[in-house]
Write a protein that binds this ligand. Structure first.
Ligand SMILES: O=P(O)(O)OC[C@H]1O[C@H](OP(=O)(O)OP(=O)(O)O)[C@H](O)[C@@H]1O
Ligand SMILES: [Mg+2]
Length: 179
C-alpha cells in the first residue's frame, strides 16, 4: 500500500495539529448553539472522529453517505445518496463535515438539500480543499489545508475504496490509476 504513494503531502502530526485548531475555532463559533454535525461518508469518517473530540460544546451527530467518484479520479457528476440522515434538520444549525472539496458538486448538492429541508443555518468544515478541481462555485466556511492539483489518498480518502486507512495524506502514483 505505502509503495503506491509517490509523496507524503501532509503528515499525521500536521493533520492532528490542524484538527485541534479547527476544533477550538468551532467550539467558539458554536458556543450556546447545540449544532447538528453531519459527517459525509465515507471519506470524512476519520476527520469527523478526530474533529468532534476537539469540540468542547454540546453537539449532536448524524451521518449521510454519498458517492460520485466510484473507481475514478474525476467526479461522475451524479451525486448518489446512499444513506440519508436519521435526524430532521428543520430549524437546526447544521455543520457539514467533509474530507475534501474538489469539483464542489457533492457539497453544492448537499447544501441545497439541507436548505430545502429548512435548516436554520448550514456551514461547512472541510479538511482539504483542491481549488483547481472546481466545476461549480463552492467555498467552505472553515478549511484545513489547500491542496495542489493531484489525486490524493489516505486519512479517509480512497482510490477505488482502498488507501482510506493510511494515517497521512499522500499523492497516489499516476501509474496506479492509469494502468
Ligand atoms: O467536490 P467533489 O468533486 O464532489 O469531491 C468531493 C467528494 O468526493 C469524495 O467522495 P466520494 O464520492 O468519492 O465518496 P466516498 O466519500 O465514499 O469516497 C469526497 O469524500 C467528497 O465527499
Ligand atoms: Mg471516494
Amino acid at each position: 500500500m505505502q509503495n503506491d504513494i509517490q509523496e507524503v503531502l501532509i503528515s499525521e502530526e500536521e493533520l492532528q495539529a490542524k484538527i485541534k485548531e479547527l476544533g477550538e475555532l468551532l467550539s467558539s463559533e458554536y458556543a450556546g448553539k447545540d449544532p447538528l454535525v453531519i459527517c459525509v461518508l465515507k471519506g470524512a469518517f476519520i476527520f469527523m472522529a478526530d474533529l468532534v473530540k476537539r469540540i468542547t460544546v454540546p453537539i449532536e451527530l448524524d451521518f449521510m453517505a454519498v458517492s460520485s467518484y466510484g473507481a475514478a479520479t474525476k467526479s461522475s457528476g451524479v451525486v448518489k445518496i446512499i444513506k440519508d440522515l436519521d435526524t430532521t434538520v428543520e430549524g437546526r444549525d447544521v455543520l457539514i463535515v467533509e474530507d475534501i472539496i474538489d469539483s464542489g458538486l457533492t457539497l453544492s448538492h448537499l447544501i441545497e438539500l439541507l436548505k430545502n429541508r429548512n435548516a436554520k443555518s448550514v456551514k461547512v468544515v472541510t479538511l482539504f480543499d483542491k481549488p483547481s478541481g472546481r466545476s461549480v462555485n463552492m467555498e467552505a466556511d472553515y478549511t484545513g489545508f489547500v491542496l495542489p492539483d493531484a489525486f490524493v489518498v489516505g486519512y479517509g480518502l480512497d482510490y477505488a475504496e482502498h488507501y482510506r486507512n493510511l494515517p497521512y495524506i499522500g499523492v497516489l502514483k499516476p501509474e496506479i490509476y492509469t494502468k
